[in-house]
Design a protein around this ligand. Structure first.
Ligand code: SF4
Length: 232
């Protein structure tokens, strides 16, 4: 009874927003799923449980911000990157420790993943590299929180201009596909890859097949389908 009311509350908060520009958090994400967000393609609702996990993550972030302020290490939190055409984002914080500036990115995860984390996750490195690029700061800290046990791990990331250029080039190429209405191919490890397991566009992605294809042609092919979820 109460559980249903709480779940309903979370589901009602959910909005399927069309995306109009890239976010730094898109770095390392499946190009096809980003394409579908730009086209506001039909997507599955997120489970209330997942929404609660995100909410808990935000709470842990705020808790760390509070500690940083109290440590007085020159903190600015939730700092937007300078405005430019292709990408937007907000770094968790910029810190000054021993007269050196760092971009801070905080990630939370369950104990199972945390325990085995010997190096920062690749997609997190991509994101912090872009922050370093846009803030012109040479070092970043990826701070991981074990949500279950409250342990912390940190990794220092050094700015890598070559990696950053290749990430920006990927965004530019994807933008061209979005403008040309060309749906990118699936990920090489589709459908086993972890991103596919959580993907809200899984159904439409399966129907589109593995290869690159025309979004306009795909929509035409799908329109006669009677499913009420297929509203383009
Ligand atoms: S199911 Fe996998 S390949 Fe398809 S859009 Fe989602 S993440 Fe990408």
């Amino acid at each position: 009874m109460l559980k249903e009311l709480i779940d309903k509350f979370y589901l009602a908060q959910q909005r399927d927003r069309q995306q109009f520009h890239f976010y730094i958090s898109d770095a390392g994400k499946c190009s096809r799923s980003i394409f579908f967000k730009f086209k506001n393609a039909p997507r599955a609702k997120m489970e209330p449980r997942i929404l609660r996990i995100f909410e808990h993550g935000e709470y842990l972030h705020r808790n760390i911000f509070n500690i940083l302020y109290r440590l007085k290490i020159g903190v600015t939190t939730e700092v937007p990157i300078p405005a430019q055409a292709i990408i937007s984002g907000r770094a968790d914080a910029i810190l000054s420790i021993n007269n050196e500036n760092y971009v801070l990115d905080i990630k939370s995860m369950n104990s199972g993943i945390f325990r085995n984390l010997a190096a920062p996750k690749q997609e997190n490195v991509y994101q912090i590299q872009l922050y370093l690029h846009y803030f012109n700061i040479k070092k970043g800290i990826l701070l991981y929180i074990d949500k279950d046990k409250q342990e912390l791990k940190e990794f220092i990331v050094h700015y890598d201009p070559n990696l950053t250029q290749s990430l920006l080039k990927n965004f530019e190429e994807l933008k061209k596909k979005i403008d040309a209405d060309t749906v990118p191919p699936v990920l090489p490890d589709y459908p086993e890859y972890w991103q596919c397991s959580y993907c809200q566009f899984r159904e439409i992605c399966d129907r589109a097949g593995r290869e690159e294809l025309s979004w306009t042609e795909f929509k035409k092919k799908m329109t006669p389908e009677p499913s009420p979820n297929q509203l383009f």
